[in-house]
Design a protein around this ligand. Sequence first.
Ligand code: IMP
Ligand code: MG
Length: 193
Amino acid sequence: MPHSLPRPKAGDIVTIGEERIRVIHDEEQIAARVLELAREVAASEPRDLLVVPVLKGSFIFAADLLRAFYRVGLLTEVDFMILASYGAGTTSSGQVRVLRDIETEVRDRDVLVVEDILETGRTLAAARDLLRARGARRAMTAVLLDKKVPRAANVEADFAGFTCPDVFVVGYGMDKAHAYRELPFIGEILPAE
Ligand code: IMP
Ligand code: MG
């Protein structure tokens, strides 16, 4: 076993590789919240909804959210966008680049941009504004984590899973230099002892 706690609960501290990670939201908490979020999105009565996960960080959240949409009876289509605002480190470069665009027409449809974390807002605003400029009827945003920090872009999430303290988090799709995306929980990287 690479570590001693395969299904840790919120509050547990897991050592993975070199890093100590404190679980902020465990698997059950995430699953329950994602189902609620799906209900919230469905209650907004989207029409002809195209879900646009912003890769890579949102891939696990989006996969769970899409299946929750099915459970609450919301039909969707999906297409993916890859945006990059971070290099391999943990600070934002301030630049958002489209590395992969959607192939789907968005004119006159409702779209839901799905992001892992809302921080400065640059990434979410870039995706939303691009889809708006292409004539989306409604460009809505769903984020797993809302970090309550000053925004650099004029954007808030229409749907947010959890508010998040201003710490560096990994897991459930989110990475530190491409590691830890596979963790089934959301955790905070603790400083070295
Ligand atoms: P923003 O463009 O400043 O809002 O940054 C959002 C993006 O930064 C997210 O999509 C994440 O990829 C990344 N990010 C921000 N905070 C964290 C973190 O704590 N862990 C991992 N990635 C983060
Ligand atoms: Mg990201």
